[in-house]
Ligand binder design. Structure first.
Ligand SMILES: Nc1ncnc2c1ncn2[C@@H]1O[C@H](COP(=O)(O)OP(=O)(O)OP(=O)(O)O)[C@@H](O)[C@H]1O
Ligand SMILES: [Mg+2]
Length: 266
């Protein structure tokens, strides 16, 4: 499978990127496929949400890969979940932008490190999922350059679509200059509130504009989704019957079926 490095991206904060990474990773791993999550956000939310620490020293994190000290294979950690590995992050990662200022090829660092890793190692991940920070900074550009495809969570709130215009421009720029094969795999509507008319309006507008790029699955606003991270587990493990879990199980199936379609067409 060649489209396997996927970034979950939106420069808007708090739209459900990390929640999507954690639960898509959990859903895929539960189907017996191996998955690697890379936490590329100095906040380290994917790290703690999957039960690891974001306060240990940065030698074991993605930061030491991007600053040239370590290889990917040296920082991959197992989690308590079968088939689900993680490269952690912590706040030191926020220094990378300044520290690499003199490196003209710095946008390619993550891509090159991943390519070397996938070449050499026996790791047989079905997917590598990258959790991006809420900005269009160097870290996000690194993710865009390293990725085959993108999943964009879109919170069904006012201004949601306006934020997307800027993201789409950045994606186009990266496609034109740094990564011509980059594609948008899909847009996932999140935090949908059936009682709020606005949610329905944003959904209609998004489907109207982005057509079949918008996943059929819609993630509802569900308090269990916000409780799970404080227990260091995906909601699919914390409460597999809640509405939030149902939506992420359904999203996992929809995500995986995208590749089945491609494979059967080939
Ligand atoms: N569908 C949902 N229903 C209720 N709460 C949610 C839902 N999705 C995410 N949350 C909660 O909303 C907050 C933001 O979600 P999350 O951390 O996934 O967003 P993010 O886009 O990764 O944020 P950031 O931009 O800061 O990285 C978290 O507290 C999370 O637990
Ligand atoms: Mg996040």
């Amino acid at each position: 499978m060649n489209k396997k490095i996927i970034s979950v991206i939106n420069q808007k904060g708090g739209v459900g990127k990390t929640t999507t990474v954690i639960n898509l990773a959990a859903g895929i791993s539960m189907q017996g496929k191996k998955i690697l999550v890379i936490d590329l956000d100095p906040q380290g939310n994917a790290t703690t949400g999957l039960g690891l620490s974001n306060t240990v020293n940065s030698e074991q994190t993605i930061y030491s890969v991007l600053n040239g000290n370590k290889k990917i294979s040296e920082v991959v950690q197992t989690t308590q979940f079968e088939n689900l590995d993680l490269i952690t992050s912590n706040v030191d990662l926020s220094g990378l932008e300044i520290e690499t200022a003199g490196d003209r090829r710095r946008a390619y660092i993550l891509k090159d490190k991943l390519a070397a890793y996938l070449n050499d190692s026996e790791a047989s991940y079905s997917y590598i999922l990258i959790d991006c920070p809420p900005s269009l900074s160097l870290l996000t550009i690194m993710a865009l350059v390293a990725s085959d495809a993108l999943v964009v969570p879109l919170q069904t709130e006012f201004f949601a679509l306006e934020g997307l215009t800027q993201l789409m421009k950045t994606i186009e720029r990266v496609k034109n200059n740094l990564n011509p094969d980059l594609t948008i795999r899909g847009i996932l509507l999140t935090m949908y509130d059936r009682r709020n008319k606005l949610s329905g309006e944003v959904e209609r507008e998004a489907r109207n504009y982005f057509k079949e790029k918008v996943y059929q699955t819609v993630v509802p606003r569900n308090v269990r989704l916000s409780e799970a991270p404080s227990h260091g587990v995906p909601v699919l493990v914390y409460d597999k019957a809640c509405l939030g879990s149902k939506s992420y199980f359904s999203f996992t199936d929809e995500f995986l079926s995208q590749d089945k379609l491609v494979e059967s067409a080939a």
